[in-house]
Design a protein around this ligand. Sequence first.
Ligand SMILES: [Zn+2]
Length: 439
Amino acid sequence: MSEKDTREVLTTLEEARAALLATVYRGAGAPKAPIEVVLLTSSYEVSQMFAQGPDGVRIRASFPFSSFIVLGGQAKGGGIGLAVHELAHELGWRFLPFGKPKWYVEGAAKYLETMTYDPWSGRLSRGVVSHEKARWMHGNDRLDAERLLAGDEGATADELGRFEETAWLLFHYLMDVRPEDLQVFQRRLAQFETPETAWSEEFPDLHGDELDKALERYVQQGYLKTFDTELPMPVFHVRTRPLSLAEVHGLRAHLLAFSQHDHPEKAFDPTPDVKAALAADPGAVEAVAVALYRPAAGTPPLAPAMRTDLVLQTTRAHPDDWRSWVMAAAEAPLGSLSALAALDRAFKLAPEQVLVAKALAITLSAMKRYGPALYHSENALAGLGDDPDVLALHTLLLAETGNCRGADFYRAAFARHHETATSRQRTWLDSPCTSQKSE
Ligand SMILES: [Zn+2]
């Protein structure tokens, strides 16, 4: 892609980020960790690599990779909404980091993607209904409420489209007609209530047929609200640098390792790129990360000595990259001083990274340093509230520091959201509370 096009997308993303922070996520404080975005030349590439249908995708954090967004080339110019959509998902996870129902996740992102911003007048409008959406609204192609609330996206691109559009309509309706109830619903989710309970108690009048009818009336009456805000044009500088050969192959390996994440049997093989990256730079961070933690299915496991070598080369070649150090910690014995020393370095480089917080919480907990571990698990929870490990570990740490009510709360939250627990999670969840022990 040309540098000019890339700058255009970056400008769009920065404006969208500023707009989302100024309106929807007001007062929450901007997340400090940078948001990683990869722009492929075409949306065709995105659909080939990641899934059928969508032109953009957000990949959730998976050790030692942070979450990241992949967009297709059409994100520039006319396709600005796509960039905003994925960015809204990412910020949504950072601000509301707990299990959310699918209709809510897609509805909110769809609602925000039609946001328009005029940098010259500084006017930001949201809730805008495009011609396309208006036509769809009256076209009677809605998914019924039951399936929408149940998160039934269907199997085909068409069905997924219908799901997303109907989710958009529901979100628009709630924003316009029931904004306070929507706020309370959101707060209840943040308290780890299940979406079903929160919905039936906040919207007891909107069940099945009733919701279908309410949406129908809303469409017929035809007053969808638009909100206008003044927003000064954000000031930022774009810096560019070429990637080294090792970085190019490393990035390709990273993308391929997450390809077809819903259909692992169709995934692309990152191995040739891992090899090419390591040939150019034996410590290439992303290539090492793929080799250690996301190798292609069927790859024979690496010998322990080989793993140690790779990590050593990474920390030597890239001591300024936090991922080098979380990998070094993961390869060191659990709860060892060398693991802690490596994580301290990662934390100094990237204190805002939730994966660093999670690793520190696990390591300190294994060393029975529960107080400091709790500090880090709070931070991990703020970005990984849907991660069962983090919920279970947080339960243990609250119990060990004498906060029995807190521990009960998170144990119950875990049980509501996760049907099964691994044996490690079971141990964490079942830890008796210390202040009860002394009673
Ligand atoms: Zn989406």
